[in-house]
Design a protein around this ligand. Structure first.
Ligand code: NAD
Length: 541
């Protein structure tokens, strides 16, 4: 910054639009959906500001309508990845020197493009690619993404303001340099906002990025790319590559200039990548930063004093919105015996009222799961529960993939608190209930803590403050995002920084300053105004 201490606009959360029947926004997004559904797109690689078609393509289809083709995307060869790395490093020469207010302006502009002219398009793309209802698309692709961009700009300036003390004789300055090298962003299918944020947050701090979106999200990733381009992200700063994840990752990790991983996805993939980074450690010019947010086995535990209707609503929303495909989705619930009958009654009534189908029909609450692999896995766990003496299907249990990958929201009840669906992340609309004796509250809290390798989100319900306090204490390390008398999903940028520990990730809290610190390497500059000319100190006489 040359000529002023600039203040950025104060970040505020983007209001969530309602899309009620008859509203103009509902009409616009509906028209956009139809238009996009009835046309096809071609998504090339994006390297150094150029679109590169490789001819080696894969098709894209909506999960709720898998025979319909939305278009195709191009897959990279190894040489394309090497080219993306080389051009990113070349772009770094200018980008890392760009005054921060210019970087801020680009990403604030991206936020406004999404809030305005791109809102319907990015929502419709997310409905088509990831089968989100309009509400789920709006809170992800529009609002959360806008919030990430606006808040991160503000957090960046807060970090830059953090400076050491100085004296009259020496001025101490901290410079928050981008990492030396390039960042590799690998993004999941389930949030358009995460897909954009992982490359954008690193680039905002002055880094250059090779970004690999999920195969199942390329369609909406293309809209993000269009927004970045229009907002003015210069060529080479964010390069988007698709294709074989192992080949791409191995090529990236082989580069001595690899300086950071920004990953969101499943735990085993993250652990494998971490191991590869360790194997290559002697080749790198700098120690790579490793940031990964991964799986969860998120819980709701309800004390006998809690309100059954509130608990049932938390399960209905927390376990089934977006078909349970949120990393934060409740998937194991521990309910006190004396309230279970009421919870069950309300939950069954809620499930009976759910409608399932295409997100184009906006009265649907449930749509399809992401792909056939996920469908088959979920169906096999449901079949397993049907056949197991330790499990009982309380609601749902049907599935059908003839048109789309539809799994009926399913509630399994088990007598075995370590039953497989109480421990394994399924990532779908299946929740398992364990009913505990009313006097086994403390014991159950320890069970919740010890059952899963994950520690992402969790919720405790109780109207008794002493028992609530026990829950908060005993479950201290069981969740990075902990909810009291609320569902464990729906974190909002700037309000509930998000991330988990244990096997769930490095807990660097997306949507907060903590995450941005990982993408800078501070340089301390001490300037002495009048340098000494005699080495002798007074004590020498
Ligand atoms: P995934 O692990 O299948 O894929 C994530 C990304 O990794 C994709 O881009 C994929 O192509 C890539 N990938 C897959 N195999 C790879 C390999 N061998 N080497 C390198 N890259 C590889 O996950 P997903 O199905 O897209 O997303 C769901 C998972 O993400 C769930 O486990 C969920 O809990 C997790 N998730 C976590 C958070 C969080 O904040 N903790 C947020 C969203 C999703």
């Amino acid at each position: 910054m040359g000529k002023g201490f600039f203040e950025v606009p104060i970040a505020v959360n983007e209001p969530v639009w309602g899309y009620a029947p008859g509203s103009p926004e509902r009409q616009t997004v509906s028209d956009t959906y139809k238009e996009m559904y009835n046309s096809t797109i071609d998504v090339p690689l994006y390297i150094n500001g150029e679109h590169i078609s490789t001819g080696n393509t894969a098709t894209m289809s909506p999960p709720h309508d898998h025979q319909h083709v939305l278009g195709s995307y191009h897959k990279a060869e190894k040489s394309h990845i090497e080219q993306a790395i080389a051009t990113a490093l070349e772009a770094r020469k200018k980008w890392a020197q760009m005054p921060w207010e210019q970087r801020a302006a680009i990403f604030l502009r991206a936020a406004e493009l999404i809030a305005g002219p791109y809102r319907a398009k990015i929502n419709a793309a997310t409905m088509l690619a990831q089968s989100k209802t309009i509400h789920q698309a709006e809170i992800d692709a529009a609002c959360e993404l806008i919030d990430f961009l606006r808040f991160n700009v503000q957090f960046m300036t807060e970090i830059y303001h953090e400076q050491p003390e100085s004296t009259s004789g020496a001025w101490n300055r901290l410079e928050y340099r981008p990492l030396e090298g390039f960042i590799y962003a690998i993004t999941p299918f389930n949030f358009t906002a995460i897909s954009a944020n992982l490359p954008a947050s690193a680039a905002l701090m002055g880094n250059v990025v090779v970004w690999k979106p999920s195969d199942s999200q390329v369609y909406s990733a293309k809209v993000i790319l269009d927004v970045f381009k229009e907002a003015g992200v210069p060529p080479g700063v964010i390069n988007m590559v698709m294709g074989d994840p192992v080949m791409i990752t191995d090529t990236v990790l082989a580069s001595p200039d690899f300086s950071g991983l920004h990953f969101t996805g499943s735990t085993h993939v993250f652990k494998d990548i971490w191991q590869k980074i360790g194997t290559n450690i002697h080749n790198y010019k700098t120690y790579p930063r490793i940031v990964g947010e991964t799986g969860g086995k998120d819980f709701i535990v309800a004390h006998k004093s809690s309100n059954p209707k509130q608990v049932a609503t938390a399960i209905a929303r927390g376990a089934f919105e977006f078909q349970g495909q949120k990393c934060s989705a409740a998937s194991r619930c521990y309910i006190s015996k004396s309230i279970w009958n009421d919870v069950e009654k309300h939950l069954k009534a809620d499930l009976a009222s759910f409608t399932m189908g295409s997100p184009e029909d906006m009265s649907n609450f449930i749509t399809a799961v992401i792909h056939e692999g996920s469908f088959d896995k979920l169906a096999s766990y449901i079949d397993g529960a049907k056949a197991d003496a330790n499990a009982e299907i309380v609601a749902g249990g049907n599935y059908d993939k003839s048109k789309g990958y539809f799994i009926e929201p399913t509630v399994i009840k088990t007598n075995d608190p370590k039953y497989t669906t109480m421990c394994t992340e399924l990532f779908g609309p299946v929740v398992t209930i364990y009913v505990f004796e009313d006097d086994a509250w403390e014991e159950t809290l320890h069970l919740v803590d010890e059952t899963s390798e994950y520690a992402l989100t969790g919720a405790v319900f109780s109207e008794d403050r002493y028992e609530l306090e026990k829950g908060i204490k005993i479950l201290e390390n069981a969740a990075g995002n902990f909810y009291v008398n609320d569902k464990p999903t729906g974190a909002v940028v700037g309000q509930q920084p998000f991330g988990g520990a244990r096997a769930s990730g490095t807990n660097d809290k997306a949507g907060s300053k903590l995450n941005l610190y990982r993408w800078v390497s501070p340089r301390m500059i001490k300037e002495t105004f009048v340098s000494p000319t005699d080495y002798r100190y007074p004590f020498l006489g």
